[in-house]
Write a new protein. Structure first.
Length: 150
């Protein structure tokens, strides 16, 4: 997915098994953020930055939805533990991460593996991707301010 592309209508199922659609957010901007794993330090810092600045994001017209390949149960625990005010999509079949092109080869300590590449897509009120914040740009502890800056 690139800037100017229309985001897919079906985004996936949230932590409660409810289907999340793009049209659920019509008239709002959607922050669709992809992150590697629940309960890891970077992903927790990113989620908490969005949580702590949630009212400012909402006041600026943004809805927030996180996506990882963790299952619903993992998402429920992550939301409860960190008191997250937004939904998380359980992309266990990797359909959405592949559609958005954020599933790829990574390496840590010289070991290569496949995983979610931390990326945030800002989708406008009409479902068009207007901004992409890539993995090299995202600063997890201040991610909300990165979204809010024009």
């Amino acid at each position: 997915m690139n800037i100017g592309d229309k985001a897919p209508e079906i985004l996936g199922k949230d932590e409660n098994g409810k289907e999340i659609k793009l049209s659920d957010y019509k008239g709002q901007k959607l922050v669709l953020y992809f992150y590697p794993k629940d309960n890891t330090s970077g992903c927790t810092a990113e989620a908490c930055s969005l949580r702590d600045n949630y009212s400012e994001l909402r006041n600026a017209g943004y809805a927030v939805v996180g996506v990882s390949v963790d299952d619903e149960k993992s998402h429920q625990k992550f939301i409860a533990k960190n008191e997250l005010p937004f939904s998380l999509i359980a992309d266990t079949d990797k359909k959405l991460v592949e559609q958005f092109g954020v599933w790829g080869e990574k390496s840590m300590y010289g070991r290569k593996y496949f995983g979610t590449i931390r990326t945030t897509f800002i989708i406008d009120e009409n479902g068009i991707i207007e901004k992409i914040i890539g993995p090299k740009q995202i600063k997890t502890k201040i991610h909300a301010s990165q979204i809010l800056e024009k």
